[in-house]
Design a protein around this ligand. Structure first.
Ligand code: PEP
Ligand code: MG
Length: 328
C-alpha cells in the first residue's frame, strides 16, 4: 500500500470526472517541509506558526521568526504556503507570556487565545507581521488569521500588516510581490456573517477541529467525548455545505484544514458537498489522492444531497457501503 502511495507522489489528483482537487498539507516546523515533495502535495494549506512559540522557552524574537519563515518559503519553492498567525494562549499556553486572564479561562479553548490575544498584545502581532513581510520579500505571501469570530477582527489584524507594510515601503525595503489575506472559519458565529467577510478576504479555510467542538459543545481534547459526535453527522455536514453555498461565486478560495479532511469517508463527504481543496496531515495525502481518483463528483454530490435532506440513521454506514460498492 505504501508503495502504491509513493507512486502517487507525482500524480496530480484529478477525480474520475476530470476535476483537479487541491491537496495541501498542514505543517508547523522546518522539518515538516520535507513532506511537501515527499508526498507530492500542492502546498502548505496551514502552517501553524505557534509551533515555534510552543517549543521555545522564551518569546521567539522577530529575527528568529523571520529566519524560520524564510527557510519555509525557500523549502516550498513555487508552492504556496499559508502562514497562520499565532494561535497561542488558552489551551496552548506559553509560560513566558504572562496570561493575566489564565485564571479567568475556565474554558481555555474558548478563552483568551489566538487572534483575541494577538490583537491585544499588539507588539507580538507587529513583530510577526514584520517577520512574515520581510521573509516573503520578492515572493507571494499568504497570511491567515485564527479564531476570527467577527469580520472586524479580520480588519483589525490586517491593519497591523498594512501598517508594517507601509513602514517597510517608507524604508524602501523589498516587499512581497503579492500578499493575500484569509481567515480561518472555526468559530460558528463567523458563518453567520460570511457575506460581510467575503469581500474582505482572498481565502477561507475551515478549521473543523475547533469548529466541530464548538458546534457540538464537546471538548476536542476529552476522549470521553470523542464518541459524542461524528464528523459525518448531518449537523456538521449541513453546516459546512451552507458555507460552500454561501461562498460560491464570490471568488474566495475555500478549503478545509482540520483533521477531518485527511480521513477517507470524511474527505469523500467533503467532496460531495462541494469542497475542492483540502489541507491535511502529510501521511493522508497518498490515501486521499487515491480516493480522489476514484470519485465521480456528480455521483457523490447527488448521494450527499439525498442523505443531507433526509438523513439516514447513520450517514457513516451509508457512505461506507456506497464507497465499497464502487471500489472506493
Ligand atoms: C482546526 O481548528 O481545525 C485547525 C486546523 O486548527 P488547530 O487544529 O491548530 O486548532
Ligand atoms: Mg483551530
Amino acid at each position: 500500500k505504501q508503495a502504491a502511495y509513493a507512486e502517487l507522489r507525482d500524480v496530480e489528483p484529478f477525480t474520475r470526472c476530470g476535476t483537479r482537487i487541491q491537496v495541501m498539507i498542514n505543517a508547523g516546523l522546518r522539518d515538516d517541509m520535507a513532506a511537501l515533495s515527499l508526498v507530492g502535495a500542492d502546498g502548505i494549506g496551514l502552517f501553524r506558526t505557534e509551533f515555534q512559540f510552543l517549543v521555545s522557552a522564551t518569546l521567539p524574537q522577530r529575527e528568529r521568526q523571520t529566519r524560520l519563515y524564510r527557510d519555509v518559503l525557500e523549502a516550498a519553492g513555487d508552492k504556496p504556503v499559508i502562514f497562520r498567525t499565532v494561535d497561542i494562549g488558552g489551551d496552548k499556553a506559553v509560560p513566558y507570556l504572562d496570561n493575566e486572564n489564565a485564571d479567568a479561562d475556565e474554558n481555555p479553548a474558548m478563552g483568551w487565545r489566538a487572534l483575541r490575544l494577538a490583537l491585544e498584545r499588539e507588539g507580538l502581532m507587529k513583530a510577526q507581521a514584520r517577520a512574515l513581510l520581510e521573509a516573503a520579500a520578492g515572493k507571494a505571501l499568504y497570511v491567515m488569521f485564527p479564531m476570527v469570530s467577527e469580520p472586524w477582527e479580520f480588519d483589525a489584524a490586517k491593519a497591523v500588516f498594512d501598517q508594517q507594510l507601509a513602514w517597510l515601503r517608507s524604508q524602501k525595503k523589498m516587499l512581497p510581490d503579492e500578499i493575500r489575506f484569509g481567515a480561518m472559519l472555526e468559530v460558528p458565529a463567523l458563518a453567520e456573517t460570511l457575506d460581510l467577510l467575503l469581500p474582505k478576504v482572498s481565502f477561507i479555510s475551515i478549521g473543523t477541529n475547533d469548529l466541530t467542538q464548538f458546534l457540538f459543545a464537546a471538548d476536542r481534547a476529552n476522549p470521553k467525548l470523542a464518541e459524542r459526535y461524528d464528523w459525518l453527522s448531518p449537523a456538521i455536514l449541513r453546516f459546512l455545505k451552507r458555507i460552500v453555498l454561501g461562498t460560491a461565486g464570490s471568488g474566495v478560495d475555500l478549503a478545509v484544514c482540520g483533521e477531518m479532511g485527511g480521513r477517507r469517508l470524511e474527505a469523500l463527504a467533503l467532496l460531495g458537498i462541494g469542497f475542492r481543496r483540502l489541507s491535511i496531515t502529510p501521511v493522508a495525502v497518498g490515501p486521499i489522492k487515491e480516493l480522489v481518483r476514484k470519485v465521480d463528483l456528480a455521483e457523490i454530490t447527488a448521494a450527499m444531497a439525498g442523505w443531507l435532506s433526509s438523513p439516514p440513521a447513520s450517514l457513516r454506514t451509508e457512505l461506507q457501503a456506497w464507497a465499497e460498492a464502487r471500489g472506493i
